[in-house]
Design a protein around this ligand. Structure first.
Ligand code: UDP
Length: 397
C-alpha cells in the first residue's frame, strides 16, 4: 500500500486527482457486452472496472428456492483475485457476502419480481479492478444490465458514496481518500429519490451527514443522466436492415423479372430490333442527304421501301416481345393453378389418412370394450353355445 500523502486536499480546494469536493469520477459504460447473458454492462468509474451479467427471469434452481408468488432475486458480488493491490482470496468472504446482500436489497423495491413467480433473476458482479467505491459502481452497472435484460423495474437505481477527507465532506471517494479518510458513506437511491441502501464506516456528525446527502443527490442525478443516455442510445437507435436480407431481396427481384438468359427468343427479337434501328438510322441519314436533292430519284424510292420494311420488322419485334410476355404470364398462371391443385390433393390425402386413423382407433376401442365386457361376465360365459360349436362349456357340468 502507498504511504499516506501529507494532504488529500490541496490549498486551492482540489483533491489529489484534480476534482472539486462535489465532483464524481469520470464514468464510461458499455451495454450488452456478454452474448450469453440476458443483459450485461461493463462500467469504468475512475480506475474501477466492473462487469455485470444478468440472467433471467429463469426457472429457479434448486427448486426448493422457488417462490409461488414472486421471482427470487440473487446478487453475487465477486472480486477477482487480481483486482486489488494485494491478491484477493478467491471465493466468498464476509465482505463480499455482506455487499451482495445489501446490493440485492437495494434493487428489491424496484424490480417487479411479482410478475415472474417461481423464477430467479440472477445478477453476477465481477470486480476486475478495484479502486474504492466498487459496491456503488456495481449497483450502477447492475441497474443498466437489468434494464438491458428487459427486467421490468419501477425505475433505475443509482449509487454513490460521500466521505470525510482532511475534515471536509467530499463526493465519491477514490482509493487514497478511502484508505486515509475519516469516513465513507455509500448510498443507493431510486430515481424518485427513495434511499434503498445506506451504510456508514467512520464517524460523522448529523450536519456532516446532511451535507453529504446533498452531495449524494447531486452525484446520483448526474449518474442517472449518464445511465439514461446510454440506455437511450442503445434502445432508441433505429434497427438497420441486415445486409444479407437486402441482398436476398435483390436476388428475388432479379429472378421474377423476365431475364434474357431464360428467354432466348427474346434475345433474338432484341437483336432484330437493334439491327432495324441501326438500319433506320443509317437510312434516315442517307435520306436527309438525299432530301437535299429536289428531284425524286429512283434510289430514294428504293430506300423508302427499305425503311418501311425495317419499320415493319421493328413492329414485328415488338409484337413478338409482347407475345413472349403474355406467354410468360400464362405460364405463371398455370403454375399457380397447378400448385393450388397439388395443395388441394395433399389436403384431401391428409384428411383421408386422419379419418382412417380415427376409424381404426374407434374400432380398437370398441374391440377393447367388448373384450372387457366379456371378461367381466366371467370365464363360463365366454364359452360358446355347445350346439353351435360342438365343444363342451364349463357351465354345462
Ligand atoms: N480492497 C482491497 N482488498 C480487499 C477489499 C477491498 O484492496 O480485500 C480495496 C478496494 O480497492 C476497494 C477498497 O478497498 O475498492 C474499499 O473497499 P470497501 O470495502 O470500502 O468497498 P468499496 O468502497 O469498494 O465498495
Amino acid at each position: 500500500m502507498s504511504d499516506k500523502p501529507d494532504k488529500l486536499i490541496t490549498d486551492d480546494g482540489l483533491r489529489l486527482d484534480g476534482r472539486r469536493a462535489d465532483e464524481i469520477r469520470p464514468m464510461k459504460i458499455e451495454i450488452g457486452v456478454l452474448s450469453r447473458a440476458d443483459g450485461s454492462c461493463y462500467l469504468e468509474w475512475g480506475r474501477n472496472k466492473i462487469l455485470v451479467g444478468v440472467f433471467g427471469p429463469r426457472e429457479a434452481h434448486p427448486r426448493r428456492l422457488q417462490r409461488a408468488d414472486t421471482a427470487v432475486i440473487r446478487y453475487r458480488y465477486n472480486m477477482a483475485s487480481f483486482s486489488v493491490e494485494d491478491r484477493a482470496r478467491p471465493g466468498p468472504s464476509r465482505r463480499s457476502i455482506e455487499i451482495s446482500k445489501v446490493s440485492r436489497e437495494a434493487f428489491e423495491p424496484v424490480i417487479m419480481a411479482e410478475l415472474f413467480p417461481k423464477t430467479a433473476i440472477d445478477i453476477f458482479v465481477e470486480i476486475l479492478q478495484a479502486d474504492a467505491g466498487t459496491r456503488t459502481a456495481a449497483i450502477n452497472a447492475s441497474s443498466i444490465a437489468l434494464a438491458d435484460a428487459g427486467i421490468p423495474m419501477k425505475g433505475l437505481v443509482t449509487s454513490c458514496a460521500f466521505g470525510k477527507v482532511d475534515g471536509q465532506i467530499v463526493l465519491d471517494l477514490n482509493k487514497e481518500e478511502d484508505n486515509y479518510g475519516e469516513a465513507d458513506f455509500p448510498v443507493a437511491m431510486t430515481q424518485d429519490g427513495e434511499i434503498t441502501l445506506l451504510q456508514m464506516d467512520g464517524h460523522l456528525t448529523p450536519e456532516e451527514i446532511k451535507k453529504g446527502l446533498e452531495l449524494i443527490k447531486k452525484g446520483c442525478k448526474e449518474i442517472l443522466e449518464i445511465q439514461q443516455t446510454v440506455l437511450r442510445k442503445k434502445f432508441e437507435t433505429p434497427v438497420e436492415e441486415p445486409e444479407a436480407k437486402a441482398e436476398e431481396t435483390e436476388i428475388e427481384a432479379e429472378e421474377t423479372e423476365p431475364s434474357l438468359e431464360y428467354a432466348p427468343e427474346a434475345a433474338v427479337v432484341e437483336e432484330v430490333i437493334e439491327e432495324a434501328e441501326e438500319l433506320e438510322e443509317e437510312l434516315s441519314e442517307e435520306t436527309t442527304e438525299a432530301g437535299a436533292v429536289t428531284e425524286t430519284v429512283p434510289e430514294a424510292e428504293e430506300l423508302e421501301e427499305i425503311v418501311k420494311e425495317a419499320e415493319a420488322e421493328v413492329v414485328d419485334g415488338e409484337a413478338i416481345e409482347e407475345a413472349i410476355e403474355a406467354e410468360a404470364e400464362e405460364e405463371a398462371e398455370e403454375e399457380t393453378e397447378e400448385e393450388a391443385e397439388e395443395e388441394a390433393e395433399e389436403e384431401a390425402e391428409e384428411e383421408a389418412e386422419e379419418e382412417a386413423e380415427e376409424e381404426a382407433e374407434e374400432e380398437a376401442e370398441e374391440e377393447a370394450e367388448e373384450e372387457a365386457e366379456e371378461e367381466a361376465k366371467g370365464p363360463w360365459k365366454v364359452v360358446k353355445d355347445p350346439s353351435e360349436s360342438g365343444s363342451r362349456g364349463e357351465n354345462d357340468e
